[in-house]
Design a protein around this ligand. Structure first.
Ligand SMILES: NC(=O)c1ccc[n+]([C@@H]2O[C@H](COP(=O)([O-])OP(=O)(O)OC[C@H]3O[C@@H](n4cnc5c(N)ncnc54)[C@H](OP(=O)(O)O)[C@@H]3O)[C@@H](O)[C@H]2O)c1
Length: 294
């Protein structure tokens, strides 16, 4: 089975390409820049900017993929807030180009969305009403709507606050940022009044694998099972790694103003994935130990 994964240099997509290649799929990885994903036998990498429609069409036409997992995005809410046109281009227009190309091959289209399409009052279930609080969330919701108009089979996957192991060529996730600051003896301020269901990247990979194998369509929340604040997560990183917890200052979001509005109680319910995909996410502590190999 041929699977195209977009955004392959990014945090989640690097995990996903390696996971799928190890499962024996023919993995075709595309991302805008030069290859940063480690060399692995069954991953064919192509530099491709998804905002160039003719290049997207030519690439998909050549590969004729059975499945496209569209992970690429402008994924930082602050960047989307200040660069709205670029955000629309990367997150919405590029998705439209891919869908159009995918339709001609009748590929199964799997779109990586986000909990940021929802507002307050989480954790949310798949069918809850969207109410994005910032432009990033709005752009991802616009892309979801395009995916819902796709004529072929489609699946929308929504993870939350992704973390996991990091290797060379990959950006750090929150847990590596905490590790690096504390190891350098630097104090950090972390909010305790925002709740999330952080998601271990390999759990998302397993969930997507089940979706591909069982040809599941519709919307699935693939998130973690623990509801935690970033402050609590940072304390757990320090404890698991034996680092100085007193460097972690607890703050609330009012004393730590950010340009972008974020939900205080976000996170996603995973009952549907547990039931229909036999999804079994790790606890945050188990996943931390695996991420840091401790
Ligand atoms: N991170 C989270 O906590 C989180 C939570 C919920 C949902 N999500 C969603 O999950 C997905 C993965 O997130 P992530 O944090 O792993 O992403 P990421 O690390 O920011 O990586 C995104 C990748 O997309 C690629 N990309 C962007 N625009 C492109 C374009 N025009 N053409 C080709 N490639 C392009 C970039 O490639 P280059 O590096 O090659 O330029 C980048 O490496 C995203 O769709 C995001 O919205 C993320």
């Amino acid at each position: 089975m041929k699977i195209v994964v977009t955004g392959a240099n990014g945090f989640l997509a690097q995990h996903l390409c390696i996971y799928l290649a190890n499962k024996g799929f023919d993995c075709f990885a595309v991302s805008r820049g030069e290859r940063r994903i480690p060399i692995a036998t069954h991953i064919e990498y192509t530099s491709l900017d998804l905002t160039h429609q003719s290049l997207v069409h030519a690439y998909i036409h050549t590969i004729q993929p059975d499945v496209i997992v569209h992970v690429a995005a402008m994924s930082k809410p602050d960047e989307c807030h200040v660069n709205r046109d670029a955000c629309l281009l990367q997150n919405v227009t590029a998705t439209a180009y891919l869908l159009d190309a995918a339709e001609k091959c009748a590929s199964h289209f799997i779109y990586l969305s986000t909990d940021f399409i929802f507002g307050e009052g989480g954790p949310h279930a798949e069918e809850d009403l969207p109410d994005p609080l910032n432009f990033y969330g709005e752009s991802k919701l616009m892309a979801e709507k395009l995916v819902q108009d796709y004529a072929g089979p489609y699946t929308i996957v929504r993870p939350v606050f992704i973390y996991g192991k990091q290797w060379e060529g990959m950006r750090p996730s929150f847990i590596q940022w905490v590790q690096q600051q504390l190891q350098a003896g630097k104090p950090i301020k972390v909010v305790s009044d925002q709740l999330r269901t952080p998601t271990y990247a390999p759990d998302i990979c397993k969930g997507i694998h089940r979706i591909i194998e069982a040809q599941k369509t519709g919307v699935y929340h693939l998130a973690g099972k623990d509801i935690l604040s970033p402050h609590r997560m940072a304390l757990m990183v320090a404890r698991v790694l034996g680092l100085n917890q007193s460097l972690i200052e607890e703050v609330d979001s009012r004393s730590f103003p950010e340009p972008v509005r974020r939900s205080s109680k976000s996170g996603l319910k995973i009952n549907k994935a547990l039931r229909e995909l036999n999804y079994q996410p790790h606890s945050f502590e188990e996943a931390l130990r695996k991420s840091f190999a401790v």
